[in-house]
Design a protein around this ligand. Sequence first.
Ligand code: NDP
Length: 348
Amino acid sequence: MKAIVFERNGGCEVLQYKDTPIPKPGPVEVLIEVKASACNFNDIWARRGLPGMTIILPHISGSDAAGIVIETGSEVHHVKVGDEVVVHCGISCRQCDYCTRGEEFFCRDFRIWGFQTGPLDGAHGQYCKVPAVNVLRKPCNLSFEEAATIPLVLVTVWRMLVTRAHIRAGDFVLIWGAAGGLGVMAIQVAKLYNANVIAVASSDDKLELCHQLGAEFVLNRKKHDIFSEVRKITDGRRADIVFEHTGADTWPISMQCLKWGGTIVTCGATSGFDAQMDIRLLWNKQQNYLGSHLGNKGELVDALHFVETGQIRPVVGEILPLTELGRAQHLMETGALAGKIAIVPPSA
Ligand code: NDP
């Protein structure tokens, strides 16, 4: 099959479009003909290489796929050949105490498919294999390209805002990178809960998109002083929840913008891991600083319900052929695009 493979870490130049073997599903796995995959920032972390994490080489990235099941393992009974599916990318043993409690992120075998798996085990090819337990029915109101862009970012946002931060009606939610992959989902989930969204992005075009998605307040981080604007918007109260993933550059501002007793929830650090923190704020203001990582399959099932009702919709900024995965990653790294990028492999 055709796939995008890298054999060493580096810039986009390490990505090669080449022939690789079609994966063979094991007894509890399914083989999917990929109709579309999606770019996620973990594709970029894997390609660059991350300190303290082994990226298995040769590597096929891609943690989101939408496609058709074309083969099932001998022990698979709930998924059939011909099913149109999307993938939940959290792979774990499904047997330990954590997994059976729905806390698979604490499983000793937890890995994000297409990021920590391998060799050659991700979505950016014509076929992929995953455990059958990781597939869900594709929302029937979405194209394959739209569906591929949803699961990873939606389940991450759902866990951050709903499970971890306990978002409530009327909350002021400050969302960094609000026109990015996580951001466009965070706006929609916050609106579902009747929260007030303060969206931050770096261009007026992106802010227009945030506004269309329901954000009441939009701030351009290149023009506005975010802290003083948040104080004005909230009448001095500041934000109930700050939605973080941008890291070192924004963390001190996130702390300033948080109200007494408020919650910062984070899942990433695009601009760097080494953030400054005045820990006096933590006790004096009794604030909550929460980490969050992906989400479990149950959370994805809950969230996809709102995709099927049309209350959460995909935001596809670009659809590119598999051969242009490098360009797609460059667009993400430079923040040039709003929404998600879907990748389409050649027909099998
Ligand atoms: P995107 O590239 O789609 O969006 C990120 C946005 O962040 C950009 O649109 C940009 O918006 C903003 N941004 C980038 N740098 C800065 C900066 N220095 N200051 C302020 N804003 C900045 O990525 P995703 O939304 O898909 O992912 C975001 C991060 O979250 C990544 O680091 C990713 O690895 C992580 N993540 C973690 C997950 C987990 O489970 N732990 C799951 C999913 C993502 P603008 O320039 O317009 O302000």
